[in-house]
Design a protein. Structure first.
Length: 652
């Protein structure tokens, strides 16, 4: 098709052709939906469909810009078409071939979905790498689904036939400085726009979107497949480490050594308590004086006077750890009992699995649940994960700004989120509006790079030690004000509070700079009713213990999957912690830390006394063999359940 000759013919044609690709992707999405109608139709409404299509636009944008990057460069490159018809023919060929392949991927995946329940990722190549009959299988499926083959041909032909080519009529203009200058500027402007589209947004709160973000627009994990497109799924999982199931043990033996399936006792007392979980940004144990009376010759006070006072009325653990080192690791560990192995759970294909969580389990008992995070809605994939794991509602920056009782966007920190102090007041106030019992979680944000505090607190919390210390003091005070407000609420005394961090951060003590010290996070349980005997327990705790401990305390009766233990009902000698760092699994139990690379033990340390992990005792500790046996079982259970979608009790 011809477009009227003008200086803007090339960019206009480029935009029109990309719009054509959007239309083709949308057709493929509807084909995908109708091909698997029996799977999706049961819970599908016009509202949920509209939400899925809305999300699909973002994922299509990312895929289209990734796959058409060369085409866009060819089109926008400042070369004059007067002498270069072959250049435009090349661009058209690249456009049709690349997008034709994407059409084929999307349509073929509509068939493959019935076997996998998800969009295809790069694991498909390793899954079938040793198969020699793929061509025959593909041929059979083409015959069985001839109509998809026909649709594909029509769509690819449409890409060719409807292509907008900047081919002006009449006498062609000579190249000019104006032409080259304008097209150079357009190319330079297109680069950041394409990057923003590939990433899924332009703000500092948006990281490159991944497969798991699709759950933000779907009620069920399977529905996320409609939101996604196959080129995006392949791109986002390309050259990423994938889960490989080791063959340490036979299935029967594996279950005897370790299983993450919890079968609660019928005799447990039932408590209809509210549950409030604080996930405090970067709030490592190092900053909390209550954990560190031994530091600096007994003179260390820390930066958290309120939390120190709260610990005197709480249950805490001398050796408590996080299961990952990033914010995106914290939420699955704390709320679903899933540690981080190899890659953050959010960033792996397993994020499309069915997943249990505190909110989803308590929904069976009639609990209302809500997740709070003061950043832009959708930031970090938290909203998607909250929805996946059963949270009823989500309250973010959008909801905060809409509540006229609070300061709106003037309380925005300018980088990440609403300041902790006003947002935690919003949190306490909103819970006063919920019907009991409820379960909520809040993820704070202020103790984060670029490490600033509100203007009115800069004199109160000046720079000291590390740049994060003033932020820790600010957030500790925000917690103090939260509890002051919460105490006035009728739900307060009927609530179990849990305080932990997402991960650790900057350190100025050698103990917290070791392989294990970098995972030192608080795990604190506070029940203002007095039913919990307070004190620092000489046991090991970790984030993935929070879900089974909370459910055990409430007397939850249903089976569920979580990789941790119920701390209140597990002898201290049987508590443990696990994490993964730079290719090494770390397993803490009893008196020892074992480091294992997946094949062999690399080191064993007496971590309670060898604080800086200097003396490697590998091969000289009787407990090593049993610790390695248990860690192998944990790893194998994890990898098996990730790859086979067995993260809920009903999935074997």
């Amino acid at each position: 098709m011809n477009v009227k000759r003008s200086l803007w013919a090339v960019p206009l044609c480029t935009v029109l052709n990309l719009a054509l690709v959007y239309a083709v992707y949308e057709i493929c999405r509807f084909v995908y939906l109708f091909e698997n109608w029996s799977t999706f139709s049961g819970a599908l409404t016009w509202g949920t469909l509209a939400e899925m299509l809305k999300g699909g636009w973002m994922f299509d944008t990312s895929a289209i810009l990734y796959t058409n990057a060369l085409y866009i460069l060819l089109m926008m490159f400042p070369i004059h078409y007067k002498e270069t018809d072959w250049w435009q023919r090349t661009a058209r060929g690249v456009f049709v071939v690349v997008n034709g392949l994407c059409v084929a991927m999307n349509l073929a995946d509509a068939v493959y979905f019935q076997y996998t329940g998800r969009r295809t990722t790069v694991t498909v190549f390793s899954e079938f790498s040793n198969e020699g009959n793929l061509l025959g299988i593909f041929g059979v499926e083409v015959l069985r689904h001839w109509y998809l083959f026909f649709i594909g041909i029509v769509l690819i032909y449409g890409l060719w036939r409807l292509y907008f080519r900047p081919q002006p009529g009449g006498k062609r203009p000579a190249p000019s400085l104006r032409y080259y200058g304008a097209h150079t500027l357009l190319l330079l402007a297109a680069v950041p726009l394409c990057v923003f589209g590939m990433r899924g947004g332009a703000t500092t709160a948006v990281r490159p979107i991944t497969i798991s973000n699709a759950n933000q627009y779907a009620d069920r994990p399977q529905e996320a497949a409609v939101v996604l497109n196959t080129p995006f799924s392949l791109i986002r999982t390309f050259d990423k480490p994938v889960f490989t199931v080791p063959d340490y043990y036979a299935e029967a033996e594996l279950a005897r050594i370790y299983t993450p399936v919890h079968l609660p006792a019928d005799t447990a007392a039932v408590r209809r308590k509210n549950v409030v979980v604080f996930i405090i940004e970067s709030f490592g144990r190092e900053y909390i004086g209550g954990y560190n009376h031994w530091l600096d010759g007994g003179k260390y006070k820390g930066y958290t006077p309120f939390v120190d006072s709260l610990m005197q009325h709480s249950v805490s653990y001398r050796y408590s750890y996080c299961n990952g080192r990033k914010s995106i690791d914290g939420m699955p560990s704390i709320l679903s009992g899933i540690p981080m192995f190899i890659e953050p759970f959010f960033l792996t294909p397993a994020s499309m699995n069915d997943v249990s969580g505190i909110a989803g389990e308590l929904k069976h008992e009639g609990y209302y649940s809500a997740f709070f995070h003061g950043a832009e809605n959708g930031s970090m994939g938290f909203q998607a994960y909250a929805r996946t794991t059963g949270f009823t509602s989500y309250f973010g920056r959008t909801e905060y700004n809409a509540d006229k009782r609070f300061g709106g966007d003037k309380d925005f920190d300018g980088t990440w989120a609403i300041w902790d102090e006003p947002f935690l007041q919003f949190y306490a106030t909103k819970m006063g509006e919920f019907k009991q019992p409820f379960m909520t979680a809040v993820f704070t944000a202020s103790s984060h790079h670029p490490y600033t505090v509100p203007e009115q607190y800069k004199d109160r919390y000046p720079e000291e030690g590390l740049v994060i210390h003033k932020c820790i003091r600010y957030t500790d005070n925000a917690l103090r004000r939260f509890f002051a407000t919460a105490k006035q609420q009728p739900w307060y005394k009927n609530t179990l509070f849990v305080i932990t961090s997402d991960h650790t951060n900057l350190s100025d003590h050698a103990y917290y700079q070791t392989d294990l010290g970098g995972f030192c996070s608080p795990v604190i349980f506070f029940d203002p009713s007095g039913e919990l005997q307070p004190g620092m327990r000489d046991a090991i705790a970790q984030q993935i213990d929070i879900m089974p401990t909370v459910l055990g305390y409430l007397g939850y009766k249903r089976p569920y999957v979580a990789f941790g233990v119920d701390l209140f009902n597990t002898p201290p000698g049987d508590t443990w912690a696990v994490n993964y760092t730079n290719g090494i699994y770390q397993y803490v139990k009893g008196n020892y830390l074992l480091q294992f690379d997946g094949r062999q033990t690399k080191a064993v340390y007496r971590f309670r006394t060898d604080l800086l992990l200097k003396q490697n005792l590998a091969g000289h500790v009787p407990e090593q063999a049993q610790m390695e046996r248990e860690l192998k079982a944990i790893i194998q259970q994890y990898m098996t359940r990730m790859t086979k979608n067995q993260l809920t009790a009903g999935a074997h």
